[in-house]
Every structure is written in structure tokens, then in C-alpha cells.
Write a protein of this length. Sequence first.
Lengths: 183, 183
Amino acid sequence: MRPDARRNRDRILVAAAALVAEQGTQASLRDVARRAEVGLGTLYRHFPTREDLLAALLGRRFEELAERADALAATAPPERALTDWLHEFTLGAAAFHGLPAALLAALHDPDSALHASCDRMRTAGGRLLAAAQQGGLIRPDVTPVDLFALANALSWIADQAPTLAERSDHLFDLVLDGLRARG
Amino acid sequence: MRPDARRNRDRILVAAAALVAEQGTQASLRDVARRAEVGLGTLYRHFPTREDLLAALLGRRFEELAERADALAATAPPERALTDWLHEFTLGAAAFHGLPAALLAALHDPDSALHASCDRMRTAGGRLLAAAQQGGLIRPDVTPVDLFALANALSWIADQAPTLAERSDHLFDLVLDGLRARG
DNA sequence: ACCTGAACACCGTTCAAGT
DNA sequence: ACCTGAACACCGTTCAAGT
């Protein structure tokens, strides 16, 4: 990549990170280009779709979450590993306004730039889920997709109103309780 | 209301019902006006905000759901009444694409045209909830707002992908299970 | 190879002018 | 009283013209 192109790409990412943090996944791409002091066409050249931009913003975070799943699997007991990881995931999915919907949609759309990351999260969560189910701690009829959907739904709730965000940990406990196997 | 105004209002509602059913709560208001063969200003005169239009579209449904709560309370055992009603509510909240977010936001925004209806649903659900909690069937730390949020979240999940819609009854069972009191 | 911004086809919302 | 549509300030996306 030419150095001026690299520089533009970086400027776009910095501007997008700020604007998306402020206004959510639906932030105006024109605003992003303006803030980056870059032509609108330049933004589209580097990131043909909004998802491409989001994927670039979230790449690191998803990497870390995947590694975190492995670390928890190795150190914590199965149920603890699952609930801790899910909790961290819900925090990550709530990073941007509108992100939970984008993630849940991307999981079911192989063409989305976010698909690979979502698939990775589903797999990482699925491994922790299987281990907990093996130990008879979690209902056997819960699938990795169920887990991904519920976790995003919890992030979505917290995203709808500040009052609900305060209630978020409690709702997390309620939902997780529903996944537990009954003695 | 002048007869021509009444006629315009009705035309707008018919057009909006069709378009919102097709494209969701974010359907273009311009399209609604065009389909109703009405000037754009006429639409805004009858429905100053998008929520006003949605409220008019949903009024009947909410009335029925409120009555339904009373009927179930009188005829079914507490837990059955609660789960049946919640199930019907989730179906109603999934009537339009984007509706769950609008409802959850409106519950926390007294100025929204949808607020009264949401408040009514929260109260209706809250009564069924209290009865089930009285019987020791549901965890005492579940609030009516928790219930409203979770029900809308379930509708939201079903709204994100057809695959998830198929999984909707199962997810409903999982979440409801989390609300049950443990022996 | 890469950048730019005008051009196009859309929005939501308001409001002067009409009947 | 009520209706209309032009006007305004925005979008997302594409693409010819430039370096």
C-alpha cells in the first residue's frame, strides 16, 4: 500500500472510531470522511461497505475475545468459564449503538464483512458451551447460535435505555439461569 | 373532523399499514404519502411524528392484548396465564420490523406517542407477574420492566434472521425458565 | 494507484400559498 | 380547516476527472 493511502486509511479509522462510538453503527459516512479530512470516494475505496469499516474497527476486540475464551477454558471450571466469557462478550457487543443487530445479522450472512468475526465468536462460545453441557451444568438443547443470539439480545436491551443498562447484570443472571440444567 | 380530512387520515393509515408491514417501522414517510395519494404535509398534519403513526396502527392490537391479560388472569392458573400472555405479546411486538426497539424506547420516553400503550402492556404483564410470584412460581426479583424488556428482546431476535425466527419458541422457553423460582 | 468532489437519487421536516 | 408541493438540509453510492 502506498504511504499516502496508508495514511488515509488510518485517518479514516480514527475518525470512524470516534464517530461510531458517539453515534453508533449508523453514523453518517459523510461525517466520517469529513472528520478524516478525506474525500468521500477515498472512504469507499478503503471500505466498500459499512460492515467493512465496522469489521476493521472491531477486529482487535474480537481477536482478544477469542483468545480470552481459550484462556478461560484452560483455567476456570466449565460453568464459570462460560458465564465469564459470555459476560465479556455482551460488553463487547454493546461497544457501539446498533452493534448487536449488526452482529446477529452478520452471523447469518456469509457475505457480510463481519461474518468471519461472528462465526469465530459463535465457535469460541460453542466450545465453552459444550464443555459445560458435558458436565451436565447446562441444558443440552442449547445451541451455540442460541447462545450468540441471547448474548446479543442482552446487549441490545442495555442499548435501548440507560435505565435498562443499569439492570443489565441482573437480566444477564436471569437469562443464564434459564440455560442451567435442572437437577 | 371534516369529511375530507377523515378520508385522508384513513387513506394514510391503510397505506402505512401495508408499507410498514412490508418494510418495517423505518418505512419512508414519503412513500406512505405517495401510496395514500396525499400531500406530504397532510401526512404530517395527521401524524406529526412517526410514533404517532405507529401508535395509530397498533392501537387496536394493544387494546386486545390488555383485555386478553384480564381474561387469562380470570381463567388460567397464574403461571399459565403469564406465559400464554407473554407469548402473545412477543408475537405482537414482532408485528413490524423494528417494532421491539420502538416499544422498549417508548416505555422509557413519556413524550413518545407509544408510551401509553407500552405502559399499559407493562402494567398488564406486571399484574400477571405478581400473581405468579405470589404463588412462588416466579423469582421475586423479576420486575415488570424486566419482563417487558425480555419479551421485546425475544421478538427482536426473531426479527434479525429467518433462522432465528424458527428458533423463537425454544428461546422463549429458555428465557421463561430463567424466571422460574427454584424449589 | 490512488484521490477528489460533483452528480444522482433518495430522505425527513417545514411552511408559504392555495381552496 | 385543511391540503399541497416546493424548498431546505441532509443522506448513500457512483464515477469521471485529475495527480
